[in-house]
Design a protein around this ligand. Structure first.
Ligand SMILES: O=C(O)CCC(=O)C(=O)O
Ligand SMILES: [Fe+2]
Length: 372
C-alpha cells in the first residue's frame, strides 16, 4: 500500500525514539502517512561531505528536506528567533483585518505587506484561500528600498528582531547555496553572487495565519504552488502543509498523492523554488505544495507559519547558468528578471475578491497553468 511505504520510508529517516513534538499543541496524528523528507543537520553539513551529498540528493529528488538546527550557534539563534515570531504572530493579527488591509499594496503593484483573508484563488473551482499573511520586505528594513512601504507600528517595534532574523536566515541560505554551488561545479561564489544581502531583492519574512475551518466545510487554505524564489526556510508547529511527491518517489503503479509534512521541533523545513530550477536547467527540483486544514485534533487550532523567502537579486535574469554539471538545453523562453517574475507570480491570483464571479475566478486559475 502506498501509505505504508511512505510511512516506513519516513520512519527510517529519523530515530523514532526522539520526541520532536510541540508540547503545548495537540499531537500530529500517529496514523497518517507523512512525506519522505530527508532529515539533515546543520552542524553535520558544516563538517561532513556525506551530509552535503545528501543535501544535493534532496535538492534534486524532492526539493524539500528537514534541517535540524540544534547544536549549532546559527541554528539555535534561528530557532529562538522563530519562536519569538510565533509569539508575535497572535499579537500582530490582533490588529484585525480592517486595520491590516491598510497595508495591502497590491493596488500599487506590490506583493509586500498584507494579503487579506480570502483574496486569492486556490483551485480550479475558483474557491478562495483561507488564510491571511503579511510579507515583511528585507529591503524596507535594511533601508535599501527606493520607496519603502509603511508597516504597522508593531513591526517597527520589533525592528531588531526582524533585521537579525533576516541576517541569520540569509547567512543560512548563503551556506546552503555554497554547498549547491560546489556540487554543481560552478565557479566559486556564483550562486552567492546572485543573492547578496545588501542588494535589492524580493527577500521577505512572511507570517501566515490560518484560523480553524468549520468541520463541515474544509477546503484548501493556500492553493497548490511552487515557490518562486531560490530557497525557502519554513517553520511550522502544526501540520497542514502537504506536498505532491514526484513519480520517482512514488511506489511503482501508484499515482502520487498529497501527503502531509509533519513538523518537527528543533527543525525547519527547507524547499527550493523555481529560480533554482531555472538556474540549473531543471536539475534541481522546486516541488509543488499546498496548505490544508491541520490533521486530527490539530484542526481546531489556529495555525501560524513563519517563513523566510530568499530570492535572486532584482536584476538577475532567471535563466540557465552555464557551466559545471548544469545540463545543456533550451531555456523555456521566459528570460525575465527576478523582480518582474516574482511580482507576476505573486499577484496573479490576487486580482480577485469575492465580488468577482466564479467563472472569472476559475479563468484566473486556469491562466496560471497550475491545474495541469
Ligand atoms: O504555511 C506553510 O506551511 C507553507 C506556506 C507556503 O507554502 C508559502 O507561503 O509559500
Ligand atoms: Fe510555498
Amino acid at each position: 500500500m502506498t501509505t505504508e511505504t511512505i510511512t516506513n520510508t519516513h520512519a527510517s529517516l529519523y530515530q523514532e525514539s526522539e520526541d520532536f513534538s510541540f508540547p503545548t499543541l495537540p499531537p500530529f496524528p500517529a496514523d497518517i502517512p507523512t512525506a519522505p523528507l530527508l532529515r539533515l543537520s546543520l552542524s553535520s553539513l558544516r563538517s561532513s561531505s556525506e551530509e552535503s551529498g545528501r543535501f544535493f540528493t534532496a535538492s534534486k529528488e524532492l526539493g524539500f528536506f528537514y534541517l535540524d538546527l540544534r547544536n549549532d550557534p546559527l541554528g539555535e539563534e534561528l530557532l529562538s528567533q522563530s519562536s519569538r515570531f510565533f509569539d508575535l504572530a497572535p499579537k500582530f493579527y490582533k490588529l484585525g483585518r480592517e486595520e491590516l488591509s491598510k497595508y495591502d499594496y497590491k493596488n500599487v503593484g506590490s506583493y509586500m505587506g498584507y494579503k487579506g483573508f480570502g483574496s486569492a484563488v486556490v483551485d480550479e473551482k475558483g474557491n478562495l484561500d483561507r488564510n491571511e499573511f503579511y510579507n515583511i520586505p528585507k529591503d524596507d528594513f535594511f533601508g535599501i528600498s527606493e520607496k519603502p512601504f509603511t508597516h504597522p507600528d508593531i513591526l517597527y517595534q520589533n525592528t531588531d528582531l526582524i533585521k537579525s532574523y533576516i541576517n541569520n536566515s540569509h547567512a543560512l541560505i548563503t551556506l546552503l547555496l555554497n554547498h549547491l554551488n560546489t556540487h554543481l561545479q560552478l565557479p566559486e561564489g556564483t550562486l552567492q553572487s546572485l543573492h547578496r544581502l545588501n542588494e535589492p531583492s524580493g527577500d521577505q519574512i512572511r507570517i501566515i495565519k490560518s484560523p480553524p475551518q468549520p468541520p463541515s466545510d474544509q477546503h484548501t487554505a493556500l492553493g497548490k504552488h511552487t515557490d518562486f524564489g531560490s530557497l525557502t526556510l519554513l517553520f511550522n508547529q502544526l501540520g497542514g502543509l502537504q506536498i505532491l511527491p514526484p513519480p520517482s518517489l512514488t511506489p511503482a503503479g501508484k499515482e502520487p498523492e498529497w501527503t502531509y509534512v509533519k513538523p518537527l521541533r528543533g527543525h525547519c523545513i527547507i524547499n527550493l523554488g523555481d529560480a533554482m530550477t531555472k538556474f540549473t536547467g531543471g536539475l534541481l527540483r522546486s516541488n509543488i505544495h499546498r496548505v490544508v486544514s491541520p490533521p486530527g485534533e490539530q484542526a481546531e487550532e489556529t495555525r501560524y507559519s513563519v517563513v523566510y523567502f530568499s530570492r535572486p537579486e532584482d536584476e538577475v535574469v532567471l535563466k540557465r547558468l552555464e557551466g559545471g554539471v548544469i545540463p545543456n538545453g533550451q531555456d523555456d523562453g521566459e528570460a525575465m528578471n527576478s523582480k518582474e517574475w516574482i511580482k507576476l507570480q505573486a499577484l496573479r491570483l490576487r486580482k480577485v475578491g469575492v465580488e468577482k464571479s466564479e467563472e472569472e475566478r476559475r479563468r484566473l486559475w486556469e491562466e496560471t497553468g497550475r491545474g495541469s
